[in-house]
Design a protein around this ligand. Structure first.
Ligand code: 5AD
Ligand code: SF4
Length: 367
């Protein structure tokens, strides 16, 4: 029985490595890989594809959580507007800029400006910050500030932002609706399409282990990300926050997240995939394992004290993230020690080169 199941996994993995498209059932089968031989085979295949398609570099993208105000009420998130028990803040522009300079000194080639959906940051205010960071650091700029209009996305792009992160959170329409009252998955997807049209490198992704989420839903997440030709894919476990309607539900496991990362690498090949903070919060060792199962990006947190502890999307991220931000360049290297990986020095844009493990390289290699 077990041998048959493992050979089934092996033949799906071979198919994926050869570049054939996987159908929903095959993706479900891979996502269900069990401890032992099945997971080993899945992670090994994902690691080979990672090596061939994006190389051995790990790109560092430094995050600055610049505003903890949010007008939305996502059922899982501690920053939801109705949570009155957290301290809201906005980091002054000068401090954002000095943190951007610091993260550049610490080997990050990209700054990720992240916030809740905060209307205070209108086009004028945000474009001013983007232009200053661009002029004074030449860092690549990624925005992660939620749903905005086409005109706003266009203005940010013209000001110098080249990447945008907007997770779709879940590809299940029903689950999306129940977690985001008054919002539709279609609106999220429409934003992702606008961002693609404007020439952003677009990041999206989902939460794994949400109450009511099935493995088939996760397969739909994979297919949606592939179908939208998403360039960067962030996936992390659900972590319950006591100040939210989902506070008493169990956390998602790290195993399902690792399976998801590996399948995403196999299916999307040359995308940039971080080992996310949420994974490290549940288990720092799991984040290391993510780099051996397809991940190629690390996003250290550069939000200054005291703000970082206030940006409570989920509990437990503050101190750990802060400690990593304080690490020196060699500190990061320690995280990747013994993995045969090195810190990427370029901007780490998606290369879009055809690649298979057989050819063992993407012509030109990642930048
Ligand atoms: N558990 C895991 N991930 C969460 N996010 C928000 N709240 C939680 C939580 N409780 C994720 C969402 C969001 C990103 C910034 O953080 O996917 O897009
Ligand atoms: Fe706001 Fe984002 Fe949290 Fe939703 S997930 S409440 S949009 S910060």
């Amino acid at each position: 029985m077990s041998a048959t199941c493992t050979s089934e996994i092996t033949s799906i993995l071979e198919k994926a490595i050869e570049g054939a498209e996987l159908d929903r059932d095959e993706i479900v089968r891979l996502l269900s890989a069990r401890d032992g031989e099945e997971k080993e085979a899945l992670y090994k295949a994902a690691d080979e594809v990672r090596k061939a398609c994006v190389g051995d570099e790990i790109y560092l993208r430094g995050i600055i959580e610049f505003s903890a105000y949010c007008r939305r009420n996502c059922h899982y998130c501690g920053l939801r507007a109705q949570n009155r028990d957290i301290h809201r803040y906005r980091i002054p522009d000068e401090e954002i800029l000095s943190r951007a300079k610091l993260l550049k000194e610490r080997s990050c080639t990209t700054v990720v400006l992240q916030s809740g959906e905060d209307a205070y940051y209108n086009t004028e205010r945000l474009c001013r910050i983007i232009r200053r960071i661009k002029d004074e650091t030449a860092l690549a700029i990624t925005l992660s500030i939620g749903e905005r209009s086409y005109g706003e996305y266009e203005a940010f792009r013209e000001a110098g932002a080249e990447r945008y992160l907007l997770r779709h959170e879940t590809a299940s329409r029903e689950l999306y609706r129940s977690l985001h009252p008054g919002h539709e998955l279609e609106d999220r997807i429409a934003c992702l399409r606008m961002l693609k049209r404007l020439g952003y490198e677009v990041g999206s992704g989902c939460i794994v282990g949400l109450p009511g989420q099935s493995i088939a839903d996760l397969a739909d997440d994979v297919l949606l990300l592939k179908g939208l030709d998403i360039d960067m894919i962030g996936v992390g476990p659900f972590i319950p926050h006591p100040g939210t309607p989902l506070g008493s539900h169990p956390a998602g496991g790290t195993g399902p997240v690792l399976n998801m990362l590996a399948v995403l690498r196999l299916v999307t090949k040359d995308t940039n995939i971080p080992a996310t903070t949420a994974l490290g919060v549940l288990d720092p060792e799991a984040r290391r394992r993510a780099f051996a199962a397809g991940a190629n990006v690390f996003m250290p947190n550069f939000t200054p004290d005291p703000y970082t502890a206030y940006y409570e999307i989920y509990p437990g991220k503050g101190p750990e993230a802060g400690a990593i931000a304080k690490a020196s360049d060699s500190g990061y290297a320690v995280l990747f020690e013994g993995m045969g990986r090195r810190i990427g020095t370029g901007y780490g844009y998606r290369t879009r080169k055809a690649c298979t493990p057989e050819t063992q390289s993407c012509p030109g290699g990642p930048q």
